[in-house]
Design a binder for this molecule. Structure first.
Ligand code: MN
Length: 285
């Protein structure tokens, strides 16, 4: 199932080129009072929402995808986790290009540990990217996003797959420079997730997906998640050794080679097989 959040927080079921309005399925989420339990309530109750959405689909109003504004399919993650240098060829380009990591020795992912992006940086493809610090290099990083389905800590590798709710396309936008990653990758709109959540049953193997990214008509990134150094299950287990994972938490799995700068007026197109394709317009803040 492909579930999207669109326009004024409508819930959509995506079929073909259309969005079916299944917003009434949100009623399957139990009401909560302060303090709300940590995590995204829709993802925490995804099975109930899916059942309701499926029941509503037959009589739902359909709108062409091109006519809606797509928001992040996860509204309230407790955190967006990033995986640094998780493709060997991206490490090589970071070592070769002094603008990517100025003055820094490039270590391995096991040395850095995961990093956090502010959840306030999260937008959907329809909202676009608003660049700041435009005198510096602002790069695209196209990545597979994994959405966590339930709470877990110290998750064993062999159980990691049970904690996946689904997948989405992710852009880990980055200002290049010397500040900590959590600063440079956490600006408003610097985390794009979309165009929808694909539930995990639709993806046979997340570690074998073609990933392509274009800036306007130029193909910049062309790889496959089989080249991940820490694959999806390893990332879940590893991240949960540092942080308790909650429903709706997002792991951006790392970017392959081909990162590069974007400017206002560019359109970034990201495509991952079995997950989807999204176009994101870049502007100045
Ligand atoms: Mn990244």
């Amino acid at each position: 199932m492909r579930l999207c959040r669109y326009d004024d927080d409508r819930l959509g079921l995506v079929e073909g080129g259309e969005v079916l309005d299944v917003s009434a399925a949100i009623e399957a989420i139990p009401a909560s009072r302060w303090p709300a339990p940590p995590g995204d309530a829709l993802i925490a109750h995804l099975d109930a929402v899916r059942a309701e959405a499926g029941a509503l689909a037959g009589s739902a109003k359909a709108t062409p995808l091109a006519e809606v504004t797509l928001k992040s399919p996860v509204a309230n993650p407790t955190k967006v986790i990033g995986a640094p240098v998780n493709y060997a060829k991206h490490i090589a380009e970071s070592q070769a290009d002094p603008q990517i990591a100025p003055g820094q020795k490039i270590l391995g992912i096991e040395d850095y540990g995961p990093f956090l992006k502010a959840s306030s940086s999260l937008v959907g493809p329809g909202e676009g990217i608003a660049l700041r610090f435009t005198d510096r290099r602002n790069d695209h990083e196209g990545e597979l996003g994994v959405v966590i389905g339930r709470t877990g800590v110290d998750i064993p590798l062999e159980a990691a797959g049970d904690y996946i709710a689904g997948y989405a396309l992710a852009l880990d936008m980055t200002v290049r420079g010397n500040e900590d990653r959590s600063v440079r990758k956490s600006l408003d709109s610097y985390s794009v997730l979309g165009p929808w959540l694909v539930t995990k049953d639709e993806v046979a193997d997340p570690n074998a997906l073609d990933l392509k990214l274009w800036v306007d008509d130029e193909l910049r990134q062309d790889s496959n998640t089989s080249f991940l150094i820490y694959n999806v299950e390893k990332l879940i287990s590893w991240c949960s050794s540092f942080y308790t994972l909650h429903p709706g938490d997002v792991i951006m799995t790392g970017t392959p080679e081909g990162v590069g700068p974007v400017k206002a007026g560019n359109t970034i197109t990201l495509e991952i097989e079995q997950v989807g394709r999204m176009e994101v317009v870049v502007r100045n803040a």
